[in-house]
Ligand binder design. Structure first.
Ligand code: AN7
Length: 403
């Protein structure tokens, strides 16, 4: 039992309504009848984590469109912890999802909902990962997917996925924020397609399972902090909702402080948190090497600001240099390969430890949202080139042992 509810005016919508935002313009939340939800604790404590392990808390009644999303590893990162100067650090590597990003958690639910509602075509605007994910779930469901990408600004691996999985890929002359305005009109006003950006509250329902899994994988403990990159600000909102629901159901008795990280070139949420504003001021020309979060007007800002504040969390910026260093540290100290945006979580942790905002004895989970192979061109840019040598023992000996 669930319905949709506006976070601003409280207006309720039914689960059969095809609606993305409230009449008043406010964002919608999926609200359950929590008293009627029965969790089988024995199953919860023994079954391997995955998105659909938590189906009692997901808004889908039919068989879902699924390709085994979720259940991503939570690594204890002692070498990285030592470098940063913190006692207990975990990294939840969402790059280990089917398309290599956390978006799959939202899309398995979102596309399942599209099918339940009888929608014929699904669409999104994307900085890349959302489009890869929509393409794969559209393919699995057997319905067409339309994706709008900012021309020339999407990492190669993501475009490759959208193309190969058969989405209709449209490169927009404009940035992500422009593409999102356009696709919202196509879906909401023109009613041409079903909108699967994270303004669609069903997407966030899938993504909240990251919160469930963290608790599950820590042996039903709640960490002190969860740190993650923020773009459209859907994921930080979703994960916090997951932690809150586990508390509401009596599975846990606290929630972590939520910490959102953006880049110095694209910081609307950080600006609002630091200035105490109720809403964001859009950043007009966002620029960063972390193209996934090159977003100036995050649609879930009002939800995210509440989540961060209510949890006593914070938000911080990192520079491109800092996030590239964190990307290398994750790769070379822990064997965790992530795309640039994902590394902002670890770069942000380092900055907040160095400045004393986060204590060295806190239990911290950083979320790495996307896989290294999403953006091979960035890797080539920031790493030394391969060394070309003659195919002889001598040449290799000289190259390896000469310095
Ligand atoms: C790797 O694909 O917005 O704050 O269109 O790909 O929930 O938006 C991607 C976002 C973080 C930010 N890390 O999450 C898209 C898109 C990675 C991402 C984010 C994205 P939100």
């Amino acid at each position: 039992m669930y319905h949709l509810e506006c976070i601003e005016c409280g207006k309720k919508y039914q689960k059969t309504d095809i609606v993305y935002t409230c009449e008043c313009g406010g964002l919608l939340d999926v609200i359950y009848d929590y008293l009627s939800i029965k969790i089988d604790m024995e199953r919860l404590k023994t079954e391997t984590p995955s998105v659909w392990k938590y189906r009692e808390l997901l808004p889908i009644e039919q068989e879902p469109v699924s390709i085994n999303e979720g259940g991503t590893p939570l690594y204890k990162c002692d070498r990285l912890a030592e470098k940063i100067g913190i006692k207990e650090l975990y990294v939840k590597h969402e790059g280990m999802n089917p398309t290599g990003s956390f978006k799959d958690r939202g899309m398995t639910v979102g596309v399942s909902k599209a099918i339940e509602l009888g929608m014929k075509t699904v669409a999104c605007a994307s900085t890349g990962n959302t489009s890869a994910s929509l393409a794969i779930y559209g393919a699995k469901a057997g319905i067409p997917a339309i994706v709008l990408l900012p021309e020339g600004k999407v990492a190669l691996g993501k475009v490759a996925q959208a193309l190969m999985h058969g989405a209709k890929v449209l490169s927009i002359r404009g940035n992500f924020d422009d593409a999102l305005v356009l696709v919202r009109k196509l879906c909401d006003e023109e009613k041409l397609f079903y909108l699967l950006n994270s303004i669609n509250p069903y997407r966030l329902e899938g993504q909240k399972t990251i919160g469930f899994e963290i608790v599950d994988q820590l042996g039903f403990r709640v960490p002190d902090r969860v740190i993650l990159p923020v773009g459209n600000a859907g994921n930080v909102t979703a994960i916090y909702k997951g932690f809150k629901e586990f508390m509401k159901l009596g599975i846990t008795d606290s929630v972590p402080k939520m910490v959102g990280i953006q880049t110095a070139g694209s910081p609307p949420i950080v600006n609002a948190i630091k200035s105490g504003a109720d809403d964001i001021t859009p950043v007009l020309n966002p620029e960063t090497v972390a193209t996934a979060i090159r977003i100036g007007n995050p649609v879930n800002a009002r939800k995210a600001l509440r989540a961060i504040r209510e949890s006593n969390g914070t938000a911080e910026t990192v520079t491109d240099e800092e996030l590239i260093q964190a990307q290398k540290d994750l790769a070379q100290l822990e064997g965790i390969g992530v795309e640039p945006a994902s590394a902002t979580s670890v770069a942000g942790l380092k900055k907040l430890i160095d400045t004393g905002v986060i204590g060295r004895d806190e239990i911290v989970v950083c979320i790495t949202t996307g896989h290294l192979l999403k953006d091979p061109e960035e890797v080539i840019d920031v790493c030394a080139e391969p060394i070309v040598v003659d195919a002889t023992i001598e040449a290799i000996r000289e190259s390896v042992f000469s310095d």
